[in-house]
Design a protein. Structure first.
Length: 322
């Protein structure tokens, strides 16, 4: 079980049932099962259901849907009373994600429309949020791996959507996840350092992040990234948690680090990725709300900031970032 204070996208309530992915005849059995349900994905968005007072996934029986461009087996429901507000299926009900072409399913009836994860993930219960994140992550990977990365030959979907086989080399290719560190830097006065990325508007600030390099530990990546982006020397690296960030395929690994004893707290942006750096104590950050944009509610960055701050942060400039 995940702790109640888990990051917003680190939620799942599902038996992934990996042993069934390669079972012969699984798809036919799924299609014939009256309890089978499909999470529909199109153009990176998930289909929503129409439930009064709450946001739910629009789970459909496969018989009600057009043929998909891709289908991926997600797992089975747990059926223990916490298994989804919108469609409380019996325990063991199988679930798939179906990716429809842009022109398919445009007029699916009795549903509330389509939404991206950034918009809807925090409004879904644990089961639906976990399903949506898993489905979109798989869809993103398949969308960029129609050809073998080694020889360029076409690949085919196998193992219920959990691998692709190179048709030339008969070799399997598996979904990849790119680890990234995201770091809340503090000093001895417990101020927090926030940066404005070159890709953002100047009034948008967040904690600092970067991808892990080959052959590098997560902790070493924390020290290197902070040195590269701010010129600061940090130590006392503490792991806080992680969450998937399928935009397109990252795993955000959250850390806290403090400026090393005796080291300068003068932060100098690298001028390429980071254009501005500012230290905030809690009163200064509170006073800046509405004047600076902070990470959106789906991001682990917002979760990290609120843990440091000691409570919810509200801003008139909501914004989503990793």
């Amino acid at each position: 079980m995940l702790e109640p204070d888990a990051p917003p996208l680190a939620r799942e309530h599902l038996d992934r049932d990996a042993v069934s992915r390669a079972v012969a005849g699984r798809e036919a059995a799924f299609d014939a099962d009256p309890n089978a349900r499909v999470l529909v994905v199109r153009d990176g968005k998930v289909l929503l259901g129409d439930a009064a007072g709450s946001r739910v996934l629009g789970l459909c029986h496969p018989s009600s849907l057009p043929a998909p461009a891709l289908r991926c087996y997600l797992g089975r429901t747990l059926g223990d009373g916490a298994d989804g507000a919108g469609d409380p299926l019996p325990a063991g009900s199988p679930l798939e994600a179906w990716v429809l072409d842009d022109g398919s399913g445009a007029d699916l009836a009795d549903h509330a429309g389509w939404a991206g994860l950034r918009t809807v993930a925090t409004q879904l219960d644990d089961r639906d949020a976990g399903l949506a994140i898993q489905a979109v992550a798989l869809a993103n990977w398949h969308g960029t791996h129609a050809f073998c990365a080694r020889c360029g030959s076409p690949t085919e979907v196998v193992t219920s959507g959990w691998a692709r086989r190179c048709l030339a080399e008969d070799a399997l290719r598996f979904p990849r996840t790119d680890p990234a560190v995201i770091v809340l830097v503090t000093d001895d006065d417990d101020r927090v350092l926030l940066g404005s990325n070159a890709m953002w508007q100047q009034d948008r600030f967040s904690v600092l992040a970067g991808f892990v390099e080959p052959g590098e530990s997560l902790e070493s990546a924390v020290v290197r990234e902070i040195a590269e982006e701010t010129g600061l020397v940090v130590d006392r690296v503490e792991y806080l948690g992680s969450q998937p960030w399928p935009f397109p395929a990252s795993l955000m690994c959250a850390f806290r680090a403090r400026v090393a004893d005796g080291a300068s707290v003068t932060a100098v942006p690298d001028g390429e990725e980071i254009l501005e750096l500012r230290w905030f104590d809690r009163d200064e950050l509170s006073a800046a709300l509405g004047l600076v944009g902070l990470p959106g509610e789906t991001s682990i960055a917002r979760w990290m900031l609120e843990r440091w701050y000691g409570g919810p942060l509200s801003s008139s400039l909501p914004w989503s970032t990793s």
